[in-house]
Write a protein of this length. Structure first.
Length: 566
């Protein structure tokens, strides 16, 4: 008996954090810095900064198959490859094999995942934008889904806090729909982007072009080196020049001496004490040994990704929670969202043939939302923004023609035409019928239940896309672009890799899963602060909001612990 008690004590912490990605790293940092002995659990393998970035300095000719996967190997990544850019010889070690982690698509859904310490913080696009009150108030205003339980004023100081730590380059623009922030100096636009910016200012009074706000360092910051303009971010950055768990939050947590990190630990459920009405810890499956273990804590933070955290809650069943922990509202697993994109236009811009640029800038330009900001359209609600940039065609253009002699020499040594592209990112509404559920009819390589995902874009998104395409054409035409080409390759939800919702925040326990502090309404010492918590999507990249919500919730949790309220 004494041995069992001692074993339980050795496996007891003040806090448990599940997941080590963008929000999990922040939870680990905040809880440990506030003095809590914290166990951080990651389902995947260990990835150490520098040591485990095997391709970070490889030249193109050092990568087999032209950095592509051979057909036979690509079969293991049949979903991950739908993006067309994620899985390469240089990056394949950061993406899961779909054959090992299957799921069922009622309708096409592109679930793009990385299971390792750091999660997708190593591979994200780094675009970092704040949501505004226009976003937090949209559901209430439009009579859609439920109202957010927070407003911009609740998150503003936490956005400040997060940006000041991670380092975000960008420019303040004074727009109500895209709040300003604590920015490092913005990276420079090239000459054609500046031209398009000036053209927009001259021809439109409802839109602007600014530098994309990204978590890439334009100068040395918090002990990390500035960006070297290699644009090899998704291989892992040896300079720590973009925000990742490995370069930023994990070192801060380690420095406290309060963190215990355990990789290869698949959390299968949250443990619950019916008498106390609280969670007591988590149960894990050791991915290496197959052993089942339990760990205990006063508070649990779920940061396993939007669908990962919801999987854990749905799998945490009992006589109190027969449909999943915290699912008294019936909303757990519902209201799945992603941004719809891959629609827009591109065109050639003449007059800058004597100009070029140096380096490979890791961020593009951004046109913030301008639709339904002042004047309201009658055909769709919400809005979209554009990401993109200008560049010159390179020597590759000669390959199709297989030029020889003087023609080939000219094509190899002389850059091609300037081309400007704009890709829209649009908001998806939180539809209750877009949902996930667990099934044991198909299991993963560990024998665990998998998801059945039923999600689609609907009329509002499809109508918006027509405007997204035409507005891109309007901007390019006003800039004098020629040979304008449009495209609309919608793919499936998930392709934006911004999956959100399924455990939404709200004011009423009858219609939401989490309260304004990201606590489960029904289990107050369990917090969910990743994408699962989102009540609506906005059209901005959401990761900065996850970080702000996490820092805010951690501060609240620690204060509540001190007051013995948890």
């Amino acid at each position: 008996m004494n041995l069992n008690i001692k074993a339980k004590e050795q496996q007891t912490y003040d806090a448990i954090v599940v997941g080590t990605g963008i929000s999990g790293g922040w939870a680990a940092k905040e809880l440990t810095e506030k003095g809590l002995k914290t166990l951080v659990l990651e389902r995947g393998r260990m990835v150490e900064h520098l040591k485990d970035y095997p391709t970070m300095n490889k030249a193109p000719w050092e990568l087999p198959y032209g950095d592509r996967l051979p057909a036979e190997e690509a079969k293991d990544y049949y979903v991950q490859n739908r993006t067309g850019y994620t899985v390469r010889q240089s990056t394949k070690h950061f993406w899961i094999k779909d054959t090992e982690h299957p799921y069922t698509e009622v309708k096409r859904f592109d679930w793009i995942r990385g299971y390792h310490v750091g999660g997708r913080s190593l591979m994200w696009g780094r675009q970092s934008y704040r949501l505004s009150d226009m976003d937090f108030e949209a559901n209430l205003k439009d009579g859609v889904a439920v109202d957010w339980p927070v407003r911009y004023s609740d998150l503003s100081p936490w956005y400040d806090y997060v940006e000041s730590f991670i380092g975000v380059q960008g420019q303040n623009e004074g727009l109500p729909q895209l709040p300003d922030g604590k920015f490092l100096p913005a990276m420079e636009m090239n000459c054609v982007e500046k031209h398009v910016k000036e053209s927009i200012a001259k021809n439109f009074d409802d839109r602007i072009l600014t530098m994309g706000r990204s978590a890439n360092l334009s100068q040395n910051h918090n002990g990390r080196s500035r960006c070297n303009y290699r644009n090899l971010c998704t291989r892992g950055c040896p300079f720590g020049a973009y925000f990742s768990t490995q370069s930023s939050t994990m070192p801060a947590a380690v420095a406290t001496g309060n963190m215990t990190l355990r990789p290869h630990s698949i959390v299968t459920e949250v443990l619950y004490d019916k008498e106390k009405g609280k969670a007591t810890g988590v149960r894990i499956l050791d991915a290496e040994t197959g052993e089942t273990m339990e760990f205990y804590a006063k508070i649990v933070f779920l940061n396993a990704s939007a669908l990962g955290s919801t999987w854990i809650l749905l799998n945490s069943t009992s006589d109190v929670f027969p449909d999943g922990m915290g699912n008294g509202s019936g909303e757990l697993g519902h209201n799945l969202m992603d941004h719809h994109f891959r629609v827009g236009a591109s065109g050639n811009i003449d007059g800058f043939e004597d100009r070029y640029y140096s380096g490979r800038r890791p961020s593009g330009i951004y046109v913030p939302r301008f639709r339904n900001v002042n004047e309201q359209r009658t055909d769709y609600i919400r809005g979209f923004g554009y990401q993109g940039g200008a560049s010159r065609e390179g020597w590759q253009r000669s390959v199709a023609e297989l030029g020889v002699g003087r023609q080939l020499k000219e094509e190899v040594t002389t850059p091609g035409e300037w081309r400007m592209g704009l890709t829209g990112f649009g908001e998806c509404l939180p539809y209750h019928e877009n949902h996930v559920k667990l099934t044991t009819d198909k299991v993963d390589k560990f024998g665990l239940p998998t998801f059945v995902i039923d999600c689609e874009f609907k009329e509002n998104e499809l109508t918006m896309r027509k405007d997204m395409m035409q507005s891109a054409v309007d901007i390019l035409e006003a800039s004098g672009a020629k040979n304008i080409q449009t495209y609309d390759n919608i793919g499936g939800p998930g392709l934006g890799i911004h999956e959100m919702g399924t455990a939404r925040m709200g004011r009423d326990p009858k219609t939401s899963v989490l309260n304004k502090w990201n606590q489960l309404h029904e289990v107050p010492n369990v917090f969910v602060t990743d994408g699962a918590a989102m009540t609506s999507a906005g059209c901005q990249n959401p990761s900065l909001t996850y970080m702000a919500l996490t820092a805010r919730a951690a501060d609240f949790a620690v204060n509540e612990l001190k007051r013995n309220n948890l």
